[in-house]
Design a protein. Structure first.
Length: 127
């Protein structure tokens, strides 16, 4: 199989071609030219996705709520992943900060880059 010369991905069309080619190569054997091409495609695809996908400038809790809505999740679904419904409720109501464990788990579950969940945000103080 002949490898293709790849360049930075700049358009949706180039992106789609790269995805298709990656699918053809994803099970290529380590050490082959096809494997090296696959590794390059992973980098190029990731770079393009990072350049075009911009999450809104909102606080981490709003991002979580938006993604929950996107996936049709309820707070109980997050609690199932995290293990504590009360803490999840407090976090979603701005009464407690996200923990590092929550950031890791919610980042994976909701497909949110962890750095978006690390941003500071204001908690609601009880009067």
């Amino acid at each position: 199989m002949k490898t293709k010369n790849w360049f930075l991905i700049e358009t949706e069309e180039e992106y789609n071609k790269a995805i298709l080619r990656y699918e053809e190569l994803k099970s290529s054997s380590k050490g082959t030219l096809e494997h090296k091409e696959k590794l390059l495609l992973v980098h190029l695809i990731s770079d393009y996705e990072n350049s075009v996908s911009v999450l809104p400038e909102v606080d981490p809790i709003e991002i979580i709520k938006i993604r929950m809505e996107d996936f049709g999740y309820k707070s109980a679904d997050l609690a199932q992943v995290y293990g504590d419904k009360g803490t999840v409720s407090k976090v979603l109501n701005y009464k407690q900060s996200l923990s590092l464990t929550m950031i890791r788990k919610f980042s994976q579950l909701l497909n949110i880059p962890a750095n978006y969940l690390l941003k500071e945000y204001q908690l609601k103080t009880s009067n």
